[in-house]
Design a binder for this molecule. Sequence first.
Ligand code: PGA
Length: 252
Amino acid sequence: MRKKIVAGNWKMNLELNEGIALATEINQHFSTTPLNAKEVILCTPFIHLSMVSKLLDAPGLSAGAQNCNDHRSGAYTGEVSAAMIKSTGAANVIIGHSERRSYYGESDELLAAKTTEALHNGLRVIFCCGEVLAERESGIHFEVVGRQLEKGLFMLAEGEFKKCIIAYEPVWAIGTGVTASPAQAQEMHRFIRDLVEKRYGKAAAEETTILYGGSCKASNAAELFANPDVDGGLIGGASLVKEEFCNIVKAL
Ligand code: PGA
């Protein structure tokens, strides 16, 4: 059975004390309301990571970063390595978020290098893919997502690939309040699972967790998660409010 996961992506929000307060509340919630087989990941800014990963002790709850550098160490001013992330106690890292791809020009090749480096350091990768509006409107969304996976993720050997989670996030749905319809999400998730099957075989495809992201909130989560190939969500804005976030987890 593949894992059902809700991951929060705090992006560049919350000062240190605010982030600790939010993580503490979420940890308390899942200490008294067990996640059972589900998992929840809090992807915080680097600043919060060490403290948040130490305070999370509810079963099924873990911390993650939102990015890492592709090099092991060295003269890369302002950057953070996968080994440093791992040393905080964090277990996960988001790679290839559309904001990194578009604002910081991260190419498929760079993302492949980051993915490899993250896995090398024992982190689990949440690999993001998704098309922009113009690509969907011109009908090339499957092609775009296929290329992103092919170049950024499918260079991995099967054993490494199995340590990754895929997140489909249509860029036109991120932070816009416009979510993909359940049918659009299911169609793309099925397409992604079929690609995984072609590359790694049926068993691997069945085991791969594929999250949906993009304006997912408590009020629409249940209908998105009801799809057979949607295994949870990657949540931006709604992950910053404890009640809203916990209700999304409840919908899973
Ligand atoms: P959103 O962001 O939920 O605020 O749309 C999702 C994401 O970018 O991961």
